[in-house]
Design a protein around this ligand. Sequence first.
Ligand SMILES: [Cu+2]
Length: 362
Amino acid sequence: MPFPQRKSVRRAGIRRSAFVLAAISVALLSPVTVFAKTNRPNWNPGPPWAPLAPGSGEMLEISNLFWIMLVLSGIVFAIVSGVLIASAVRYSARRGQEGEPRQVFGNRAVEIAWTVVPTVILLVAFIATTKAIHDINTPSGGNILNINVIGHQWWWEFQYPSLNVVTADELHLPTGQNVHFHITSADVIHSFWTPQLQRQVDANPRQDNAVFLKVDQPGVYDGACYEYCGEAHAWMKYRVIVQSPAAFQAWAKHDRSPATGTAKGSHQSALVATGEKVFLNNTCVNCHAITGTSAGGAVGPNLTHLGSRWTIGAGAAPLDQQDLERWIADPTTFKPGVLMPQYPFLSHQDLHALAAYLLSLK
Ligand SMILES: [Cu+2]
């Protein structure tokens, strides 16, 4: 009786492949579960998908181009695969049919059609693309807000020269304002990309790359570095906050004045005062600037208003007391490769005060 035997062999085979499949899924999922365990700030570069949710006029243009290309290639795909399948069905050899099929040589009408139609399609795509490239790269006249975007290993510096504001990893924009980004790098090649707002632009040292932009609706947009730039490349995120012109002006005014936590600000608790002393007595001041204090370093992010930003370390860690203490003691726990030294010698009290001080810098 060979038949039942074969059946059980087949069942064992199915069981084995199910086991292999399960093992592969577990292996693939384990890095995901490892990441899920670390407490990371939320970050979403464009729900559900940037071309479906353009946030600026420039992105709308790119999105339109995407739809034009998708529809054109969709039509070509449908025609080509339709004709292919129809021919396969219609002209396959039938049972009992023998010998060579009828040979066809040339057909002028068809040949003209398959030369002219693709030419027209490519011409449409070419004109639409050239128009989009031209529009996106043409600065609109009138009042322009210039912003310097500087990529650093591994964080973003944003300078507003006309407003005397310098900040990091959090970009504020007013609605309805024409913006000209000047994109450069302080070290290696980075790439600046806010998927819902603009195209990718390389950040090269000593080269001023331009992006022009206008956003009409207030909102929050996430972006990141999109050019591999070293060990912590994956933690080089930023957030764009688009607000009404009045709210933006209030933010800029606040951002260029000393934070409330500093001695020059309005109030300071004993803990915060201790933290400020720890900060100023350590090497922090060589790399970080805090307006209103003697700290004027320009190697790392400006910390003047750290307490009001969204994360620590360009999206690597949440901004709270405990994570700030851990960051200062050893920033590599969140960001391997980070170019900030560890401070294992700071006492727990000092770390506590230091973090409280930095958080008070609103
Ligand atoms: Cu980068």
